[in-house]
Design a protein around this ligand. Structure first.
Ligand code: URP
Ligand code: ZN
Ligand code: ZN
Length: 457
């Protein structure tokens, strides 16, 4: 009868306690004091000395993302498998329609692309232009269970929106009962800077961060917060990278009159702009947007994680091979933009956050699972350990030590921006929908495809 996890130390966003867990039919059926459940399970895992977390939820990934340099190098199959190796059991990806394409049709197409995803999954839908039919399309997406909409203030030559369109999207999404999420960087100013650098022969990756300064992120956030406030729209700011950006976010959160959430990613906590010094091979893997900032920004973001200004940790997983990066060998604007880390989110945050006393164990669970679930309408099905919740569970070995390496990671990419990083603490077992997906570094092969998750914010 089911799967039984005994003797584990359970960690939720609220408490840490020892208990046994019984899993039946893909769900947690019982959580009881150790030794009090008498059942004859099909399989027992003895989790003595282990921590037991709810499965990770990565609210920001780009699998199989079409770009001028080709698709991002992880598809849903390889990317979700890598996610599971790292303890992430739910992914939220994106629908980026073509101009003129109906949002719901694009959502259906994207669902078909994700059919072989091993984890459960959901999407944020991106309006890439304003058109009169958009309010109806947004309402239809929400009705069918997708209630978060991502807008881009950067990338003005392709998917970025002008201010007027942004304001309309905030208004319509608010009226329809959804949430707007945004990539906040002032696109026109960035385009000017990028073009000026290239015109003057400054074409190497070194100029990528210089063309996207932190103030353009902070100003974009300020502007978008104003639009969200005007429309009274719940607002989630993706991949916050800079200390300056925390100022308007904190102001808005302090005012208390609007729902404002902020996300950051491990690379903005652990890497800095010194990575853009070197030759193309060394620096191009770090070309991602917003760019890596200063060490002082790293420190400010850690503080913001601890004090609650930032509620959610995503990865912005968007890997490209070196060959794809080489698309921009002579022009940094053409370097495939992004990097992969879906596999490393939990181990990095545990090692450099929990073990270095920057965040508590409960805050770690809150940032990597509970808050993404709550913010995006998946809680308590996901994001916690409760009877009735999906049995997405990570059994974590706090003693396991590893060194991140391109040669051993499971992401489909020939570089890794964390190559050489030491980590301590890693999944021993990863359970998704009640099935053991990973057992001591091995893919068990017992997992079938995940499910599309309908959500209501
Ligand atoms: O560099 C990045 N982040 N690429 C993916 C697209 C985005 O901006 O999220
Ligand atoms: Zn972005
Ligand atoms: Zn992204």
């Amino acid at each position: 009868m089911g799967l039984f996890i005994k003797n584990g130390m359970l960690v939720t966003s609220e408490k840490t306690f020892s208990a046994d867990i019984l899993i039946e039919n893909g769900k947690i059926s019982r959580i009881e004091k150790p030794g009090t459940v008498s059942v004859l399970p099909d399989k027992v895992i003895d989790a003595l000395g282990m921590l037991v977390f709810p499965g990770g939820i990565d609210p920001h990934v780009h699998m199989h993302l079409p770009t001028p340099a080709g698709f991002s190098s992880d598809d849903f199959l390889s990317g979700s498998r890598a996610a599971l190796f790292g303890g992430t059991t739910t992914l939220i990806d994106f629908v980026t329609p073509h101009k003129g394409e109906n949002l719901c049709k694009a959502l259906e197409k994207r669902k078909a692309e994700a059919e072989n995803c091993f984890t459960d999954y959901a999407f944020h839908v991106s309006p890439v232009e304003w058109r009169p039919s958009l309010p109806e399309e947004i309402r239809a997406c929400i009705k069918s269970g997708t209630s978060s909409f991502k807008v881009y203030m950067a990338y003005k030559d392709s998917i970025g929106l002008e201010d007027e369109a942004l304001q309309k999207v905030f208004q319509v999404v608010a009226e329809a009962g959804g949430m707007v999420t945004a990539h906040c960087e002032l696109g026109d100013e960035i385009e000017n800077l990028r073009n000026d650098f290239v015109k003057n022969g400054r074409t190497t990756p070194e100029y990528h961060p210089l063309s996207r300064p932190a103030r353009l992120e902070a100003d974009a956030i300020k502007k978008a917060l104003g639009f969200a406030r005007q429309a009274d729209c719940p607002f989630y700011i993706v991949h916050v990278s800079a200390a300056a950006s925390l100022v308007p976010i904190r102001q808005a959160q302090k005012r208390g009159s609007q729902r404002v959430f902020a996300e950051s990613c491990p690379h903005y906590l652990l890497l800095d702009d010194s990575r853009y010094q070197g030759n193309f091979q060394q620096t191009a893997p770090f070309v991602l947007s917003p760019p890596l900032r200063k060490k002082a920004d790293n420190r400010a973001l850690w503080e913001a994680l601890a004090d609650g200004t930032i509620q959610s940790m995503g990865t912005d997983h968007c890997p490209f091979t070196m060959e794809q990066k080489r698309n921009g060998l002579h022009d940094f604007r053409k370097i495939a933009n992004g990097a992969g880390s879906v596999e490393h989110r939990l181990t990095l945050l545990y090692t450099y956050g929990v073990l270095q006393n920057r965040i508590s164990l409960n805050r770690f669970v809150e940032l990597t699972s509970t808050q993404p679930a709550k913010i995006f309408g998946l809680y308590p099905k996901k994001g916690t350990l409760l009877p009735g919740s999906d049995a997405d569970i990570v059994i974590w070995n706090p003693e396991k030590e590893q060194i991140i390496s391109t040669s051993s990671h499971h992401m489909h990419c020939d570089t890794d921006i964390y190559d050489g990083f030491k980590i301590k603490g890693a999944p021993e077992y990863v359970i998704a929908r009640g099935k053991i997906a990973i057992e001591r570094d091995n893919w068990t092969g017992s997992l079938s495809s995940g499910r599309f998750l309908k959500r209501k914010i």
